[in-house]
Design a protein around this ligand. Structure first.
Ligand code: GLU
Length: 334
């Protein structure tokens, strides 16, 4: 019942994001019939209880306000996450996507999931967004305080297609845990993790996500007491990979969790990417609208509180798309 209620609320919120972009769009079409050509673009995000989904919604809403100026109609798709988004953009199924900074680096350098596929040469960076931390949520009754305690436990490390899957594997490897033999690893979507934990079907889950996120709120608000477990002993990882940095979980955002102090972990950044095949004027318009409406954009999610325009040009490893670069030069940011 409770699950159904949460899903209902989430769905209504999701629809509101999409429908919220609609009215001005229809008005623009009827008022400017001469502008016959509409360019449709879709942003790939993540699970609806993550931060990527509302991020896609925030960008789409800002872009759609100028439908009559640019003729661009932007929609948002919930997806399996970063890796799925890169692959769908490269296949031309999506035009934009939210992708972890480490996944952007790996895709452009033929690492991790792209080791056999080769360099994703057409991947282009647009800007970076909020910080994300490798978040390990565990049931208090499972006696897990740190990643080292996951041996022998049932843990959702993330679906193939998600960003968190490789982050979990990297972190486990760094502390000497083989996810295939030393524990029961599940590969389920992050949107299901909270209910699996609350139902006692897993002991813990990993989620690489910005804070606060709906999924972590859901996980910490149930009858089964949960805590954030620290992810320590991963210094070798931080030294080896340029895209990982120390981070912490701001526990005050989740009053339902057992923790009282912030919890140590490591993190990455969410970034916004596209393909070299997406036209310059489209990427220019999207970039310009987000940056010209920066203060409004920042208000659309609490995870954006730390954003600065200059910071949004950091953490990118794919070449900048020429449409984005054009805007940054005009705005004096490059
Ligand atoms: N970082 C996650 C991923 O790449 C998604 C997080 C979110 O949806 O906010 O799969």
């Amino acid at each position: 019942m409770k699950k159904a209620l949460i899903l209902g609320v989430v769905l209504i919120f999701g629809f509101a994001l999409i429908i919220g972009c609609g009215p001005s769009d229809e008005k623009a079409t009827s008022e400017a019939p001469e502008k016959a050509k509409t360019t449709f673009i879709t942003i790939g995000t993540g699970g609806i209880t993550g931060v990527y989904y509302p991020t896609g919604g925030a960008i789409a809403r800002i872009v759609n306000k100028k439908k009559d100026v640019y003729g661009i109609r932007c929609t948002v798709e919930s997806t399996g996450g970063s890796v799925f988004n890169v692959n769908a953009i490269m296949a031309g199924d999506l035009q934009f996507g939210v992708v972890q900074s480490d996944r952007q680096y790996q895709a452009i350098n033929a690492l991790a999931e792209w080791k056999d596929k080769g360099k994703q040469e057409d991947l282009r960076a647009v800007f970076s967004i909020h910080p994300e931390s490798i978040t390990l949520v565990a049931a208090v009754d499972a006696d897990i305080n740190d990643i080292a305690d996951l041996r022998g436990k049932r843990v959702n490390i993330g679906n193939p297609g998600s960003g968190q899957r490789q982050n979990s594997i990297d972190a486990l490897e760094a502390v000497g845990i083989d996810y295939k033999t030393d524990m029961n690893a599940e590969g389920i979507k992050a949107s299901e993790s909270a209910s699996l934990l609350q139902d006692g079907r897993i002991d813990a889950f990993f989620y690489t996500v910005g804070h606060p996120s709906g999924s972590i709120k859901e996980a910490t608000a149930g009858a089964r007491k949960v805590r954030f477990a620290s992810v320590t002993g991963v210094d070798s990882l931080l030294a080896k990979y340029p895209y990982y940095a120390k981070a912490f979980i701001p526990v005050k955002l989740y009053p339902g969790a057992e923790n009282t102090e912030n919890v140590d972990t490591f993190g990455v950044k969410a970034t916004f990417v596209t393909s070299a095949k997406v036209p310059e004027d489209v990427v220019y318009a999207v970039t310009k609208e987000v940056f010209d409406n920066f203060e409004d954009f920042k208000k659309l999610h609490p995870a954006y509180a730390v954003l600065t325009k200059e910071g949004m040009l950091e953490g990118l490893s794919a070449p900048l798309h020429p449409g984005a670069l054009k805007y940054y030069k005009e705005a004096g940011l490059k």
